[in-house]
Design a protein around this ligand. Structure first.
Ligand code: ADP
Ligand code: MG
Length: 319
C-alpha cells in the first residue's frame, strides 16, 4: 500500500461538510469561516513512549490523539470545525490503520469536526493533530481573565489517568475491574467540549487539565496575575481513587496529568449560571477554591490548615 492509497483508504471521507469548501486532495484545504466568528487553532503531538505506551489499542490511540486536541478547543469555549493530521508511521499496517481511523472518526463525528488534510510519512510512530474551532468574536475563554474573589471550579474527576500510569509503572496494583476503569480514563479521555461552549460569557478564565491541576491552574494564576487557595479534599475523584491512601489520592488529584477536565474561574454572581452550564452540558462541575490577590497557590485541608506541598506538574524538560 503506497502513501496515496493509504490516505485514500483510511482518511478520505465524503466531501460537502459544513464550512469545508475543499477537503483532502489539493495542496491546501479551503475553509469558510462563519460570519462574526473568530478562528481558534491549537496543535498537540503524541509521541510513542512519551505520551502513550506501545500497549495501547490503535482505536483508543486514534480517539486520544483527537481528544487531547479537542480538549484545548473546549478550554477556550470553541466550537470544533476542522482538523489536520500529520502522521509518521513505522510501516503501512492495515489492521493498525483500521483501528486508529475508527477511533479517530468516531470522536470526530461525535463533535462534528472534519479531517481536511495532513501529511503522511514513514518514521517512528508520531501523531500530530491541529484543530480549528470557532467562537463569537471576543468570546473565547482565556487563561488571563481570573479576578480576586472569583470561585475556582473543576469538571468531572481528577487523577484516574495518573493512577493507571502508576499501575503500568508497577508502583501499585489494582483489581482487574478497577484497573480497567482507570485505564479507560487514561486511554479514552472525553474532552469537555459542550461545557466549554456553555461557559462562554459565564467563566472569567479557563484551561484544560492536561499536565496536572496545580500546573494548569498555575497557568491561569500567572496569566491573570493573581493567586488562589484550593480546598484539596474537595477535589472530585472516582471511587477507585477515593479508596487509595490519602497521600497518593492527593498526588494523583493535584499533579496527575492526562485528565482533560476543565479548570475555570467565575465571579460568585455567576454561581447559578455555572450550574446551568453544567446541567446544559450534562457535565459534573464542583467549586474547589477561590482566587485571591496574593500571588501563589495555597492548598488547604478540610480544617482550613495550609498544607505544605512539593507537588509539581509534568514538564517534558525537567527530570
Ligand atoms: P503535499 O505534497 O502538498 O504535502 P501530500 O501529497 O502530502 O500533499 O498529500 C496529499 C493530500 O492528502 C493533501 O490534501 C493532504 O492534506 C492530504 N493528506 C496527507 N496525509 C494525510 C493524513 N494523514 N490525513 C489526512 N489528509 C492527509
Ligand atoms: Mg506532503
Amino acid at each position: 500500500m503506497g502513501e496515496f492509497d493509504l490516505i485514500k483508504r483510511f482518511f478520505v471521507r465524503e466531501q460537502g461538510q459544513t464550512g469545508v469548501v475543499l477537503g483532502i486532495g489539493d495542496d491546501c484545504a479551503v475553509l469558510a469561516p462563519t460570519p462574526g466568528m473568530q478562528w481558534l487553532v491549537s496543535t498537540d503531538m503524541l509521541v510513542e513512549g512519551r505520551h502513550f505506551l506501545s500497549t495501547v489499542a490503535p482505536e483508543r490511540l486514534g480517539h486520544k490523539a483527537l481528544a487531547v486536541n479537542l480538549s484545548d478547543l473546549a478550554a477556550c469555549g470553541a466550537t470544533p470545525r476542522a482538523f489536520t493530521l500529520a502522521l509518521a508511521l513505522p510501516r503501512a499496517d492495515a489492521s493498525w490503520l483500521t483501528g486508529f481511523s475508527k477511533g479517530l472518526f468516531a470522536l470526530a463525528d461525535a463533535h462534528g469536526i472534519h479531517l481536511v488534510g495532513g501529511d503522511t510519512t514513514q518514521g517512528p510512530l508520531n501523531i500530530s493533530i491541529t484543530v480549528m474551532g470557532e467562537a463569537p468574536a471576543g468570546a473565547a475563554l482565556l487563561r488571563s481573565g481570573a479576578k480576586p474573589g472569583d470561585d475556582v471550579y473543576v469538571s468531572g474527576s481528577l487523577g484516574d489517568a495518573r493512577l493507571a500510569l502508576e499501575v503500568f509503572r508497577g508502583s501499585i496494583s489494582l483489581p482487574g475491574e478497577q484497573f480497567a476503569q482507570v485505564r479507560a480514563a487514561m486511554e479514552c479521555p472525553q474532552p469537555r467540549v459542550a461545557l466549554g461552549q456553555a461557559l462562554r460569557g459565564v467563566a472569567s478564565s479557563a484551561a484544560d487539565v492536561s499536565d496536572g491541576l496545580i500546573g494548569d491552574l498555575g497557568h491561569i494564576l500567572q496569566r491573570s496575575a493573581v493567586g488562589a487557595s484550593l480546598e484539596v479534599d474537595l477535589l472530585p475523584c472516582s471511587a477507585v481513587l477515593a479508596a487509595q491512601p490519602l497521600a497518593l489520592k492527593r498526588e494523583c488529584g493535584l499533579a496527575g496529568g492526562d485528565d482533560y477536565e476543565l479548570v475555570f474561574t467565575a465571579a460568585p454572581a455567576q454561581r447559578a449560571a455555572v450550574q446551568g452550564a453544567a446541567e446544559q452540558s450534562a457535565t459534573p462541575v464542583i467549586r474547589i477554591g477561590r482566587i485571591e490577590a496574593a500571588a501563589g497557590l495555597r492548598l488547604l485541608d478540610a480544617e482550613g490548615q495550609v498544607l505544605s506541598h512539593q507537588f509539581s506538574s509534568f514538564d517534558h524538560f525537567k527530570s
